[in-house]
Write a protein that binds this ligand. Sequence first.
Ligand code: DX5
Ligand code: ZN
Length: 223
Amino acid sequence: MEIRITPSILTVDFADLAAEMRRVPGADGFHLDVMDNHFVPNLTFGLPVVRCLRQVSAQPFDLHLMIEDADRWAPIYAAESGAETVTFHVEASKAPIRLARELRRLGVRAAMGLKPATPIEPYADMITELDQILLMSVEPGFGGQKFLDVVVPKIRRTREIIRGSGAQIAIQIDGGISVETIGRCAEAGADVFVAGSAVYSAADPDAMVTELRKLAAAAYCGM
Ligand code: DX5
Ligand code: ZN
């Protein structure tokens, strides 16, 4: 699998999102955190803003929907946002298999997110319905939190389940990813990395993306 670094714009200047995105031309895509103030205790932006951003960036978008009632909303985002990847949270879906199939039918990559304390094992038999699994390494809701090391064994187990399935499924890790933490995630089998504060608090955000990609590639076990 290819290592990808997808910056999160959660901690940037919301008055000039287009300019903030132009600061990282080397990103492999952007990770857009949609929050509804119900699934998480924070509110960000929704479909109208994502659609405007789509007009000002050619990079792939991956939408991280931290919203309730994912079965209803995720297909609407898939159909109308222009994003390549749509991630719903399994904790917010009543029918994740049906939802994943619906997302693929709508032409996007289907991704499912798990909060730090949600185990992967109950979903082992359905992972072939997915193109990507997002493992949260902080409690969702805010950027700039400390990486939760307890998630690393789950990355490893998820990679093993994927290997057993024979399918090509990416593992995205999200929360507290930095030059200190990216190596152990890549070594455990993650291949797509969200980094918000690490990228945007760097003096040169684009150089930080290159640095993170280099560290991840060096540590990735290539399973
Ligand atoms: C948190 C979001 C993350 C966050 C990452 O709920 O899902 O994408 O913005 O930010 P950092 O990299 O600062 O933890
Ligand atoms: Zn996110």
